[in-house]
Design a protein around this ligand. Structure first.
Ligand SMILES: Nc1ncnc2c1ncn2[C@@H]1O[C@H](COP(=O)(O)OP(=O)(O)OP(=O)(O)O)[C@@H](O)[C@H]1O
Length: 381
């Protein structure tokens, strides 16, 4: 079976570099998600893979075969677009069969495969309908059925769920995983939604400004982001970032700033002594802030942040609490977020509370470059 290898892919539109040296390989049955903010070059990368957009430079290989300049129809690709590309004048059956017919598939095969795919996606009772008689979710499943009937070397999805409401999106994710598990072929899935990326991807490539910032499993990206961008993009609510200075205080490494002096544990300190005197951003994920009496570690003045509670938002699993560092802390107040597994009573609103920071789990980034001091090319982890 075919795996995909993309090397140093560049796309320029005039003097705009939309894709700037993208490279990755996929496993033979891997689902790789490209995720990133609007305009970062995801769709352009996908269109180059499909052959719909010529590359400015770089190579694309499907297994042993270089396809960089091969026409789209000779690439053996099945693609599901954001707008599903469903033909309004054809019935559901004919829409699903479209790719097979255009490849001159024998009638008997079409007659078998189309209802089978429609059954998989629970639209077999709609085969005679026209697209205008379908709901958004049903149309989306027509598009999935159409890619199901094809035996392609590569499956591509461009934000196929963005037109669906939240509930349908969850069930459609399952449909996509069903299709992927049946096909066991490399699949590239584009989305701007990090939670969708986490739910679907075997691995995730986070893109920004035309480049892949990091590729890894959801867990790797979440726990070991190589830079501030990845740390901030992955995870909801986003990681809290505090601009601070690293100090060596009698051999201890202390992160100082925003009214805080945080004594970093030796597990982190020994990796960053060379950075003493440098400006950093300290990243704390909202779930790594703890009410002192419930913290799984000792809360002391070396790991405490004080915050005035500004908003308490109940969530399915507890509460999300928005806070601001108190004014008298000797620095500009800074907003930050904490998530708790329990409901915080409304009586805490406008109150100042101490929270323990799990310093074993913090992230440190060079304030200038945004690179992690702990993970990736600059770090040792
Ligand atoms: N045909 C084109 N001509 C000129 N510029 C283009 C063209 N297609 C894309 N671009 C530009 O290239 C950049 C990347 O676009 P692309 O559509 O790949 O981003 P994206 O990450 O998929 O964004 P979105 O999530 O909004 O679809 C954008 O700045 C876009 O304006």
């Amino acid at each position: 079976m075919t795996a995909i290898a993309v090397d140093n892919l560049v796309k320029e539109f005039g003097d705009k570099r939309a894709v700037d040296g993208v490279g990755f390989t996929t496993g033979e049955s891997e689902l790789l998600v490209l995720v990133g903010p609007s305009g970062c070059g995801k769709t352009t990368t996908l269109r180059m893979l499909a052959g719909l957009e010529p590359v400015s430079s770089g190579t694309i290989r499907f297994g042993d075969r270089e396809v960089t300049d091969v026409r789209p129809r000779d690439r053996s690709i099945a693609m599901v677009f954001q707008d599903y590309a469903i033909l309004p004048h054809l019935t559901v059956f004919e829409n699903i069969a479209y790719g097979l017919r255009s490849r001159r598939t024998p009638r008997a095969v079409v007659k078998d495969k189309v209802p089978e795919a429609a059954r998989t996606f629970r639209i077999d009772h709609l085969l005679d309908r026209k697209p205008r008689q379908l709901s958004g979710g049903e149309r989306q499943r027509v598009a999935l059925s159409r890619s199901m009937v094809r035996d392609a070397d590569l499956y591509l999805y461009d934000e196929p769920l963005s037109n669906l409401d939240a509930q349908l999106r969850y069930s459609a994710r399952e449909d996509i995983l069903t299709l992927h598990r049946r096909k066991k072929r490399p699949t590239i899935y584009v989305t701007h939604d990090q939670s969708e990326a986490m739910a679907l991807g075997d691995r995730i490539a986070v893109m920004n400004a035309g480049r892949i910032q990091q590729i890894g499993t959801g867990e790797e990206l979440y726990e070991r982001p190589v830079n501030r961008f990845v740390a901030f993009f992955i995870g909801t609510p986003s990681i809290n970032l505090f601009t601070m200075e690293l100090k060596n205080v009698d051999g201890d490494m202390v992160a100082s700033g925003c009214g805080l002096d945080l004594r970093l544990p030796e597990s982190i300190a020994h990796r960053i002594r060379a950075y003493a005197g440098r400006k950093i951003e300290l990243g704390v994920r909202p779930e790594h802030l703890h009410v002192p009496r419930m913290a799984p570690f000792d809360v002391t003045e070396d790991n405490t942040i004080h915050g005035v509670v500004t908003v308490i938002e109940p969530s399915a699993t507890g509460s999300t609490v928005y806070l601001s560092t108190p004014e008298e802390a000797g620095a500009e107040p800074q907003d930050f977020t904490a998530t708790f597994k329990v409901r915080m009573p409304a009586s805490y609103l406008d109150q100042e509370v101490p929270l323990g920071i799990d310093l074993e789990k913090v992230h440190l980034f060079d304030a200038e470059t945004g690179d992690s001091l702990l993970h990736g090319p600059q770090g040792k982890g």
